[in-house]
Design a protein around this ligand. Structure first.
Ligand code: ADP
Ligand code: MG
Length: 176
């Protein structure tokens, strides 16, 4: 059984935001043939795009899985649905958003259902800061740049601060 390395970004800005992130992590651990191997710190971030909405909490999880990219995406959308996500509009408020950032070094274009690497990850501080918590030596598969270098160049860092050092008490954040 071949195990793939997957990175998922988590976001929530409605209700008990920490609880939604935690429930999403537990649900990801329950996906068949999948384990959560590392978790980032939790960051609080100003909304990007549509700004008239509550502050977001963002985090990142590293997973290993033998599922295909489409199977992982289906499982993530299923968890969003179970945790009460109602789709309103792009960048709108949500109980939980789970985005598939990276799947090994695969480049996948199945628009609109699945694009990997996630098409906006390289410009978002709220993705790159937590991603660097869980892995310091990743490279972006299409820009061929270290994720740490992309993180250093994003400009919106003033809109993001550490909110909690541990997503679940049982996990230690790794990296810096
Ligand atoms: P956003 O995360 O950009 O606010 P949504 O969470 O509403 O948008 O996602 C809308 C659709 O984006 C999903 O139904 C999914 O099929 C598609 N999608 C394409 N690529 C990805 C990806 N890498 N991760 C998650 N969803 C993706
Ligand atoms: Mg999404």
């Amino acid at each position: 059984m071949y195990l793939h390395k997957v990175y998922v970004s988590l976001g929530s800005n409605l209700g008990d935001r920490v609880k939604y992130l935690q429930q999403a992590v537990l649900a990801m651990h329950d996906i068949k043939e999948t384990h959560v191997t590392a978790l980032s710190r939790i960051y609080e971030t100003d909304p990007v795009g549509y700004t008239d909405q509550p502050l977001f909490l963002n985090a990142c999880a590293a997973l290993i899985t033998s599922l295909s990219p489409i199977q992982v995406l289906d499982a993530l959308l299923n968890i969003e649905h179970k945790l009460g996500r109602v789709r309103t509009f792009r960048n709108g408020p949500r109980t939980i958003d789970l985005d598939l950032l990276l799947y090994d070094d695969y480049v996948i274009d199945l628009r609109p259902s699945l694009t990997v690497p996630h098409p906006r990850m390289h410009e978002r501080a709220f993705v790159l800061l937590p991603l660097c918590d869980v892995s310091t030596d990743l490279e972006h598969p299409t820009f061929h740049k270290p994720i740490a270098k992309l993180r250093a160049s994003v400009s919106e860092k003033e809109g993001i601060r550490c909110y909690r050092t541990h997503l679940l008490n049982a996990y230690e954040p790794t990296g810096n």
